[in-house]
Design a protein around this ligand. Structure first.
Ligand code: AHR
Length: 510
C-alpha cells in the first residue's frame, strides 16, 4: 500500500487562484462551433442558434475565459468574413483543418454566446500567420473602439452598439510550429509580435497581450524560442503561452505506456518551471521591473496520432464541420487530466491563465450529437469540481511526501500528487491523484491547527476498468462516487483516505 501525506499550512501560500485558470477554448475546428455550441434547428437551440443543452453543461463546467477563434485556424482567418449579414458571408477554405468555413458564426456570435453562457471573458487571437500588423489593428478597432470610426461604426451597424472591450489578446498561435500557416523563426516572429504589441497599445495601452511560446515542451526550439521572443517583446507583453498535450506512448509491441502517461503532470510541471526560468532570466538581463506570466492556453489529453485526428485530404474534399479530434476520454485520461489541473494550481504564482483545449466535441469535456443529446466526458468531472471549489481561493504551498511509482519516461515519481486550496468561504479543498497502476494509497492530510472540520464531502473518479468511458449509448457510465473511506481523527487534526489506483479525488472539508 502506497503512503502519502500532505501538510496543510495557511502560513505558506503559493498564490491566489486566478479565475482565468479555468478558461477553455472554442476553435473553428471540426464540430466545436457547428453542431457544438451552435446548431440552429436543434430542439434546444435559442433564437441565435445556440444549443441550450450545451450552454447548461458549460455553466456546470464553470469555464471562465474562452480563447477564440483558434488555434491553427486563426493563422489563415480573415476576421471580417465572420461579421455582417450572414447571407453575405463568404465560404472559405480552412487550410489548418482542410475544411470549409461557412463563417455563419463569427465574433458577434461568440460574444453573444458568452453572454448567454454566464458572462465569460473572451480571449481573442489575431492572425499573425497569413496576416500581420494592419489586420490586427483593424480587428482591435472594430472590437474595442466605442464609435466614430469606420470600423467601430461598422461594428455598431452590425448590431453591437457597445464595444466588446476584449482585454486579453493572443499575438498569433503556435508560430514556432512548422505546421503553422505562416510559421516563422523566433527572430521573425519576435520582431513581428513586438511591432503588433506596440501598435495595439497605441489604440489601447491597457490590453493584456499573450506572446507565443512553444507549442510543446519537446519542440526542438524550446527554450531558445522563448528567450529570443521575450528579448524582443518583454516590456510590451503580459503573458507568454505554453501548450501541452499528453497521450500514452505506443511501445513496439503495440501496448501503451500507461505508467508514464499517468505521470504527465511531471512534464507539465517541468515545462512551467523551465519557462518561468527563461522569463526571470530575460527580466534580469533587461533590468525590467515588469512581470510576465504564463498563459497555459492549450492543455489536455489528446490522442493526436490516432484516427479521429486525421484531417480530410483532396482538392475536392473540404467538408463543413467534419468529425475531427473527437477523442473519447477514459477514466485513466481523466486522472491524468485531474493531475494536470493540480499542476496548474501548484504553479498558480506563475500561471495566471489557462485554457482547456477545447470546449465541445473537439478533444472536449462536452460531446454532442447533431440534433441529438449533449453529455459529459470523464474529464468533465475533475474540471467542474476544481473550478467550483478553487475559483477565488488561495493555493497553499504543497508540503507533500509520497511513496514513489516507477515510470519509463520520468523515472520514479510521486505516486500521489495533491494540492490544497483555501476556498473563498474559508473551507478547504484538497485535490489528489493516485498515479499508480496497481497500488491503492493511504493519503493523510494534516489539517491546520484548530481547523476541526464539521463536515467533509469526498468524491473519487475511479473504475475497475481504467478504460471505461462515457459514450452516446452510455452517457453516464463514468461519474464521481462518494469515497466513504475518509476518517477524521478525534482531535480533528488529520483526515485519512484511501485512494484507489488510477484515481482522482476531491475532498471538501468545512
Ligand atoms: O487544439 C488543437 C490544435 O492544437 C490547435 O489548433 C493548435 O493550436 C494546437 O496544435
Amino acid at each position: 500500500m502506497t503512503q502519502a501525506r500532505l501538510v496543510v499550512d495557511d502560513d505558506f501560500i503559493v498564490a491566489a487562484v486566478n479565475d482565468r485558470l479555468f478558461g477553455s477554448f472554442v476553435e473553428h475546428l471540426g464540430r466545436c462551433v457547428y453542431t457544438g455550441v451552435y446548431e440552429p434547428g436543434h430542439p434546444t437551440a435559442d433564437e441565435h442558434g445556440f444549443r441550450g443543452d450545451v450552454l447548461d453543461l458549460v455553466r456546470e463546467l464553470g469555464a471562465t475565459t474562452i480563447r477564440y477563434p483558434g488555434g491553427n485556424f486563426v493563422s489563415g482567418y480573415r476576421w471580417e468574413d465572420g461579421v455582417g449579414p450572414k447571407e453575405d458571408r463568404p465560404r472559405r477554405l480552412d487550410l489548418a483543418w482542410h475544411s470549409t468555413e461557412t463563417n455563419e458564426f463569427g465574433l458577434h456570435e461568440m460574444a453573444d454566446w458568452m453572454d448567454k453562457a454566464g458572462g465569460n471573458e473572451l480571449m481573442e487571437a489575431v492572425n499573425l500567420g497569413s496576416r500581420g500588423l494592419e489586420n490586427a489593428l483593424d480587428l482591435l478597432e472594430y472590437a474595442n473602439v466605442p464609435s466614430g470610426t469606420e470600423l467601430s461604426e461598422r461594428r455598431r451597424a452590425n448590431g453591437a452598439d457597445k464595444p466588446f472591450n476584449i482585454r486579453m489578446w493572443c499575438l498569433g498561435n503556435e508560430m514556432d510550429g512548422p505546421w503553422q500557416l505562416g510559421h516563422k523563426t523566433a527572430e521573425d516572429y519576435g520582431t513581428l509580435a513586438a511591432s503588433v504589441a506596440a501598435g495595439m497599445r497605441q489604440i489601447d495601452p491597457d490590453l493584456e497581450l499573450v506572446v507565443c511560446g512553444s507549442s510543446s515542451h519537446g519542440m526542438p526550439t524550446f527554450g531558445a524560442w522563448e528567450r529570443t521572443v521575450l528579448e524582443k517583446t518583454y516590456n510590451n507583453v503580459d503573458f507568454i503561452s505554453c501548450h501541452a498535450y499528453y497521450a500514452p506512448a505506443r511501445r513496439e509491441d503495440g501496448s501503451r505506456d500507461m505508467a508514464s502517461f499517468l505521470a504527465s503532470g511531471v512534464d507539465m510541471d517541468g515545462f512551467i518551471k523551465d519557462v518561468a526560468a527563461v522569463i526571470d532570466s530575460v527580466k534580469a538581463s533587461l533590468k525590467s521591473k515588469h512581470d510576465v506570466y504564463i498563459s497555459f492556453d492549450e492543455w489536455n489529453v489528446w490522442y493526436q496520432q490516432d484516427e479521429p485526428s486525421k484531417t480530410p485530404e483532396g482538392i475536392d474534399n473540404w467538408p463543413v464541420a467534419p468529425r475531427l479530434l473527437e477523442d473519447i476520454y477514459s477514466v485513466a485520461d481523466a486522472v491524468v487530466f485531474g493531475d494536470l489541473m493540480i499542476t496548474l494550481l501548484k504553479n498558480a504564482d506563475r500561471v495566471h491563465a489557462a485554457s482547456l483545449a477545447q470546449l465541445v466535441n473537439v478533444i472536449a469535456p462536452i460531446m454532442t450529437e447533431p440534433n441529438g443529446p449533449a453529455w459529459r466526458q470523464t474529464t468533465f468531472y475533475p474540471f467542474a469540481q476544481t473550478a467550483r471549489l478553487a475559483k477565488g481561493g488561495t493555493v497553499l504551498e504543497p508540503k507533500q511526501d509520497s511513496d514513489q511509482t516507477a515510470t519509463a519516461k520520468y523515472g520514479d515519481v510521486d505516486a500521489v500528487n495533491s494540492v490544497a486550496v483555501r476556498c473563498t468561504d474559508g473551507s478547504l479543498a484538497v485535490f489528489a491523484v493516485n498515479r499508480s497502476l496497481d497500488e491503492a494509497a493511504t493519503f493523510e492530510v494534516r489539517l491546520p491547527e484548530g481547523f476541526a472540520p464539521q463536515s467533509c464531502s469526498t468524491q473519487t473518479l475511479h473504475d475497475d476498468d481504467i478504460f471505461a468511458a462515457n459514450t452516446l449509448e452510455q452517457q453516464n457510465r463514468v461519474t464521481l462516487h462518494e469515497n466513504d473511506s475518509i476518517a477524521i481523527d478525534a482531535d480533528g487534526n488529520a483526515a485519512t483516505i484511501s485512494l484507489p489506483p488510477v484515481s482522482w479525488t476531491v475532498m471538501h472539508l468545512r
